[in-house]
Unconditional design. Sequence first.
Lengths: 415, 301
Amino acid sequence: MEVLKIATAGSVDDGKSTLIGRILYDTKSLTSDKLKAIEDKSEQLGYDYLDFSLATDGLMAEREQGITIDVAHIYFSTKKKSYIIADTPGHVEYTRNMVTGASTSQASIVLIDARKGVIEQTNRHFFINNLLRIKDVVVAINKMDLVDYSEEVYNKIKADFTELMSKRDYQDQKITFIPVSALKGDNVVNKSNEMPWYKGEALLEHLEQLDKADIFNSGTPRFPVQYVIRPKTEEFHDYRGYAGKVYGGDLSVGDDIIVLPSKTRSKIKDIYFYDEKYETASRRSSVTITLENDINVSRGDMIVKENDIPTIDKQFTANVCWMDTDQLTPGGKYIIQHGVNKVLAKVDRINHKINPDYSGFEKNVTGLNINDIASVSFKLNKPIFYDQFKNHRTNGSFIIIDPQSNNTVGAGFIQ
Amino acid sequence: MKKDTSNINSLENEAIYIMREVAAQFEKPVLLFSGGKDSITLVRLAVKAFYPAKVPFPLLHIDTGHNFPETIEFRDRLCKELGLELIVRNVQDSIDEGKVKEESGRYASRNMLQTTTLLDALEEFKFDAAIGGARRDEEKARAKERIFSVRDDFGQWDEKNQRPELFDMLNGSINHGQNVRVFPISNWTELDVWSYIEKENIEIPSIYFAHKRKVFLRDGMIWSAEDDVVYRDENEEVIEKMVRFRTVGDMSCTAAVYSDAVSISKVVEEIRDSTISERGARIDDKRSEGAMEKRKQQGYF
Ligand SMILES: Nc1nc2c(ncn2[C@@H]2O[C@H](COP(=O)(O)OP(=O)(O)OP(=O)(O)O)[C@@H](O)[C@H]2O)c(=O)[nH]1
Ligand SMILES: [Mg+2]
């Protein structure tokens, strides 16, 4: 059974948490004690309906304010798939948490309040989804119950959104429109009787039939060495294993490889997963590799196929989502964590800020504020081995760490 | 071919990756071991992550003194068999030293008291990362937790100001005095854990399986009457029933469930069909609506 990771997106109060709660309810994934807790709390708050957002808004502050502050990860499964849904906050202030939720997802649901239509925050979240190259996006036009399930309203929003789509960078992103009422359950798990004009699938039906090829990005194999295993026991006296996760594509025994940055050549001798040997390590598996030659490999090095080498450079340009209240300014010094590799970096220049409402670029920017997205060039103290984000989701992304606070203050996607 | 197609394989790969990040990024990590199924699963994952080398960190057990005897016995045997280093710190000592006060009355539990003992132990050994078996599906506040969760000097969780955690890049950089709680099985559900235990043929303490036990009923829950840890009113009648435990926390706050599941495959079946959550049998979560969040803010696991 495949796991599908999905993130929600959309402005505050568009109904993201309610939608997830509804999915859980209609798929009977809420256990009786959790359902009871929702019933009790809804009653206590004086509602005459079940407030499904209570299923995911788990922090006290969230329940009091009725908004989502941080990502909640919710799990459920059907006969076909296991799902992990990241319920992200809609509020601008918590955009960093939205990016967090979206970064690990393969599909995304962008909600729009049918009464409000496409608004700035819809643009921003769609932009981020596109920037992150999420392959399958569902645009759920929600609260249809409040607009009399009107086809006109739906068509108008669809047209507005379609116009946005023409401006996006990643054109292959698949977009599906579904009119729903999260609160009433129309077209969420079950097809609605209220909207006979809608001939498409209900939301869950759509998710159920998404195929691996639809949603999983692939690329060329990259093996960043996480940890060197040297048992130094009698039995494994000369054993030198390189532990890590395979990204992008598969690696096999006998493959001719190069270790970066030393550019030493070797061959893959054995692939271990625990105490068993395998011929091939498929992508996303955490294996241990041994090489034919006794060469010096340490954490942060990368093993790649001889004929498939990434860019090795001490500078690059990337789209950056800035997530800190302190500004990012030219000359600023940070730590860049690229996979398991950490290097010192200096902001060379801010090329331009990108208006996430698709209204264009802003040049001559002196600094980035929290939630800004911009093209930034960096200089590094030593080379890293990267791919463009559009070709390799893992090897083309990085996080920015503030060396003083040690906090993660930004995320970047290499151009 | 090492395949990563199934749910459980991808969860295992993710957890092994996290274990290795901990070993690489921290100076002195420790694995918090409770003797429960989640921490037993963690041990298995740690063994797999570093094979054929030894697990590069010790285990720490915060003993409330109210553990099921079966779990303690199991713990000692497991560590011996796998050659793991075990550190035990006792809540009783914290009580004797006057650092915490024993609760009294009907719902008295040592569950809250463990936090102090835990924080003291982390400080005593200067552990900078503590690996735990918490899962996001357990409880609504836990659903909000990061995989690398930074705690301040007082072990506190700042839930409204968590570090962004993107892709699978884990930022383990910390300031002096901070430490990190690490949750490698964050994305596992209860059923995933049980399926894994079945698939890997992992041994677990006997109380997880259905057995005859002297119990009494209170508030619609089933409490063990075999030890005098759980406070029982005179009028609360002791009966014998086939029960098992879904979690093995402190005896005083862990209720049993009726069950006929005597084997691991039966347990998996039972969990799959269950309509009540695992924490439904934990009285500590029922103290108030935000009980877990409050405990976490104070440094609880
Ligand atoms: N009538 C109606 N109300 C809805 C629907 N979906 C959500 N709501 C209501 O809209 C309000 C906001 O819903 P939430 O689910 O909390 O919104 P959200 O998108 O998660 O908000 P944030 O997480 O704070 O960004 C609640 O009062 C819901 O009951 C719907 O389909 N119809
Ligand atoms: Mg919400």
